[in-house]
Design a protein around this ligand. Structure first.
Ligand code: FES
Ligand code: FES
Length: 190
């Protein structure tokens, strides 16, 4: 009797991978054809790095590789050996949020939040290079990131606010301080 066998893909084999992720050195074994997004999420534990489209069109998986924004879903992990990688978890300085994180919370740059990590890392790189970006520079920097919730205006407002924080050195109002009632005429039960 004839036996049919499905052809199997060859085992990719393992290779060593070392990199610094958010300042922590990792030296682990990965599959030679592993995608950086998978290594970051499944082996490094950076669950802030989101998988959206998995094909380079949404920007949710953005990380910084040696300071430059890259799509981790389109990056072979083996090509990042020895690199310094920053994910959204690495943006805050201890208990102090990065100015763009502060601004997103105050200006509504995030709604469902799924796209937010990608925006934050890309914007942090923009502001690092250019603390006072023009509207066109802001638009160009985030053109690879999609948000289905905010309508983008709040994101642009957040970037402008973060720019002001960086230039002036003064943070936005602490989100825990009481704010005035935005609907002063509204009474409970009416
Ligand atoms: S998951 Fe990488 S661009 Fe969408
Ligand atoms: S906040 Fe929901 S997709 Fe951007």
């Amino acid at each position: 009797m004839v036996q049919f066998r499905l052809p199997m893909l060859p085992n990719p084999g393992e290779v060593g991978w070392n990199a610094s992720v958010n300042g922590v050195d990792f030296s682990i074994a990965i599959e030679s054809n592993a995608i950086l997004l998978d290594v970051l999420r499944d082996q490094v534990g950076s669950l802030g790095t989101k998988r959206g489209c998995d094909m380079g069109t949404c920007g949710c998986c953005s990380v910084l590789i040696d300071g430059n924004p890259r799509l981790s879903c389109l990056t072979l992990a083996s090509e990042t050996k020895g690199a310094s990688i920053t994910t959204v978890e690495g943006l805050a300085d201890g208990h102090h949020l990065h100015p763009i994180q502060e601004a997103f919370t105050e200006y509504g740059g995030s709604q469902c939040g799924f796209c937010t990590p990608g925006f934050l890392v890309v914007i942090s790189a923009l502001l690092e290079e250019n603390p006072e970006p023009s509207d066109q520079e802001i638009k160009t920097a985030i053109e690879g990131n999609l948000c289905r919730c905010t309508g983008f205006q709040q994101i642009v407002d957040s970037i402008r606010a973060a720019s002001e924080i960086l230039v002036s050195g003064i943070g936005v109002e602490d989100s825990t301080t009481p704010k005035s009632d935005p609907h002063p005429g509204f009474e409970e039960g009416s």
